[in-house]
Design a protein around this ligand. Sequence first.
Ligand code: GDP
Ligand code: MN
Length: 382
Amino acid sequence: MNIHEYQAKKLFENYSIPIPEGLVAATPQEATKIAAKYDFKVVVKAQVHAGGRGKAGGVKLLSSSNEIESFSSSLLGSNLVTAQTGKTGVPVNNVLVEKMYDIQREIYLAIVLDAFSKSIICVASEFGGVNIEEVAEQYPDKILTVHADPILGLQPYKLRLLAKKLNINSDLIRPFTALISNLYKLFCDKDCSMVEINPLVITHDNQLIALDAKINFDDDSLFRHKDLFDMRDKDQEDKRETRASESSINYVKLDGNVGCLVNGAGLAMATMDVISEGGATPANFLDIGGGADEDKVAEAMKIICSDPDVNKIFVNLFGGILRCDVAARGIVQASKETNIPPIVVRMLGTNADEGSQILLESSLDVKLIDNLDDARKEFSNS
Ligand code: GDP
Ligand code: MN
């Protein structure tokens, strides 16, 4: 689950991480009223669950009441499209109005779960700011990492070394290491999968401030963080992803046109690889999850078909607890409520023959295959 920048900054505040002065506004009038407190020298920032706002015109430094009112009203109620959103963008229902700071340096700082080292790592760069992706690509050695010990955490001596490598002035080393330790505590307490501050700035008057804030929580831990539920903003989520999560289906919208209906996350990843190897692009990741019945399969199929980009579907199922005949009946059930484009079906395992028979006898446009090499060929000209 994602939250907005202003919500993340509230959590930062609880963990003594310094944030800019400011407040969130839902109307241009509110925005101007907040700005008045800072003599109208403010930064107005679109609150959306996506980065890249700066480059997309969602963040602006302003210095008059008129500018603030007109920029806020152009943002509020609109959709912001950034490099991290789809074509239609995400709705801006709030703006954050913050006091403007004079920036001396922009640092990149994040704590993330690292799959390679199977540990929590701190990532930092002295070239923070809106171009961090380019820095990571062109100067990978400018991205520094510190591994957290599973018991001892991010040890202070490692953080002091990091501060040195980032050329942090000696008088800011203590606040800098304290900030990372607090961020690490927040990361662990709230079961985050990512916390990111980009940029963490040093102002001209030598203050360290988290100018931006991004937090991602591990969805599987949310049951023990009821307080975080209130921060969820479904408006920012893909409608199909929200609908899928309500039925415990793992669905992630992607850019392509081949819908995928699969049981098991690993098989779902392999399925997408096969489609891509063929030369086509998957329209979604979908893992139907454990304990699926006919209704759940039907719901998954309906979600896939509600995506206007989908014009072909790959059903790749390994019948185990979910029997193939049950899955097939689910697909037929869905076809009574929605139009299903041509489907390529690979069914193996429990009751595979029965499942295949049900699909062949239906009115669906079905092509049965039994190996992944044939699947690759099926998607070589989609
Ligand atoms: P993002 O593009 O979505 O990551 O949005 P950010 O919150 O990171 O803002 C983008 C950029 O706006 C930052 O990297 C800063 O360069 C700039 N910015 C934001 N707030 C201030 C501020 O108070 N003063 C100055 N000078 N620049 C700011
Ligand atoms: Mn940022």
